[in-house]
Design a protein around this ligand. Structure first.
Ligand code: HAM
Length: 428
């Protein structure tokens, strides 16, 4: 029996593989303009790296990691994201000693044991970027602008950027307690998963997909109202810089991320054409992580695009663009057939012109006025009018739309080839 690929793991063939390369090249071109340079990271790390970086009580660490003991018993994990590895490399190679600011990008496969569906796979790819050494709002604004530029480069103009501030070590613990109290109050109405979250990770109460919990979470306290002054001011400055640059975003006060290392500015990007797995990118500030992984106290911010979802979004955007273009096809000649006696000649003329390579729109069965309105809407430069008078003499009237001028009996029905083209005013 033949052996198939593992569930949630796919092959990339032909045009799909080419699209991935194309997107990756475009994204990297933008990232390099922003000064990010490539780092090639291992796919395998010690399990404790991810547990410590992402958080012991996150879904990723609790149930989605591919973890196994190496031959000597060391627990290893196939990377479920890139940030932890980038930070480990930053610390391990003392990159802060080369320059006060370090900007790295990476791309490649990521592994999460999630339930596979459209846009959600167990092996997927990310293109990520991490900026170390800047804690000022200008860095956040620059990173978000970079995200926007990647989206625009890929033709994803309708993708939406959602931002929020998650506070920091001084204001978030207090908020977490308020949220926990709210959770306790509503314990009986929450799903079993959320009941567990009350104790373990109350922030995730805002991110439950269950309808009941989602409705209820609208009554939950918002972090926005608990931010300390420095966090509130940082967020306000990021927003005003984005406003000044015309980078469009929406503030989503309920946005929380599935990884625990975020502080202050956090964001997600959603695109059209993806169904329920609409997030094509996510990121944010993680000022405490470098120190938590044994490095110096250095601020950082970054993001990762999901390449598989970008590919779906780009495909959807191209299909829409093609549809629009098809709808916007402008006929070179519009033939207006007025009355039953004109139909056969109208059809014959349309066919002769089409065979000569002319885009013809043929319409009839309505008043001249409504046919002209449609010809105008389609942007047809000329309308060949066939009424009873025209059919009687076998010569059609040509209306030049921009000049609003009629040439009576200008087109002999029996013309062929170049003579016909010339008569209707279509150059070959
Ligand atoms: P994340 O939001 O977990 O963030 O993942 C980033 C992107 O990876 C998502 O927006 C999505 O497009 C894609 N993705 C996630 N899971 C799957 C899946 N199962 N199948 C297909 N695509 C998926 C991070 O991983 C952070 N490390 C981002 C970051 C970098 N934050 C700061 N720096």
């Amino acid at each position: 029996m033949a052996i198939s690929a593992v569930k949630g793991f796919r092959d990339g063939l032909g045009s799909a593989a080419r699209l991935y390369s194309e997107i990756e090249t475009s994204a990297i071109r933008v990232l390099e303009r922003y000064g990010f340079s490539q780092i090639r990271l291992p796919i395998l790390e010690r399990t404790e790296l991810f547990a410590r970086a992402i958080g012991e009580t996150t879904d990723i660490v609790e149930k989605e990691m591919y973890t196994f003991p190496d031959r000597d018993g060391t627990l290893l994990t196939l990377r479920p994201e890139g940030t932890a590895s980038a930070v480990r490399a930053f610390v391990e190679h003392h990159l802060d000693q080369t320059d006060s600011v370090t900007k790295l990008y990476y791309s490649g496969p990521i592994f999460r044991h999630e339930r596979p569906q459209k846009g959600r796979y167990r092996q997927f790819e990310q293109i990520g970027a991490e900026l170390f050494g800047r804690d000022d709002p200008l860095a956040d604004a620059e990173v978000l602008t970079c995200v926007r530029d990647v989206l625009d480069e890929l033709g994803l103009a309708t993708a939406r950027i959602m931002i929020n501030s998650l506070g920091d070590a001084s204001c978030r613990p207090k908020y977490r307690e308020r949220l926990r109290a709210w959770g306790e109050e509503h314990r009986a109405e929450l799903c079993p998963n959320c009941v567990r979250r009350i104790e373990k990770n109350p922030l995730r109460l805002l991110d439950c997909k269950e309808e009941g919990c989602r409705k209820l979470s609208e009554t939950a306290p918002l972090l926005r109202d608990s931010l300390c002054e420095p966090c509130a001011s940082h967020f306000a400055q990021v927003r005003s810089l984005l406003d000044a640059m015309g980078v469009v975003y929406e503030v989503d006060p309920r946005l929380v991320r599935g990884l625990d290392y975020y502080e202050r500015t956090s964001f997600e990007v959603t695109a059209e054409g993806l169904g329920s797995q609409a997030a094509v990118a996510g990121g944010g500030r993680y000022d405490g992580l470098v120190a938590r992984l044994g490095g110096p106290k250095i601020a950082a911010i970054g993001f990762a695009f999901g390449l598989d979802r970008l590919a779906l979004a780009v495909q959807a955007a191209r299909a829409t663009a093609e549809q629009d273009a098809a709808l916007a096809l402008v006929p070179a000649v519009f033939i207006a057939s007025l009355g039953a006696d004109t139909r056969a000649d109208a059809l014959a003329l349309a066919r002769k012109l089409r065979r000569l390579g002319v885009r013809v729109e043929l319409d009839g069965g309505r008043s001249l006025k409504s046919l002209m309105r449609r010809a105008d809407r389609l942007g047809a430069p000329r309308v060949l009018i066939l009424g009873e008078d025209e059919v009687a003499v076998r010569r059609g009237t040509l209306r030049h739309m921009t000049e609003q001028r009629d040439e009576k009996q200008a087109v002999d029905f029996d013309l062929e080839g170049p003579a016909l083209l010339e008569a209707v005013g279509v150059a070959r």
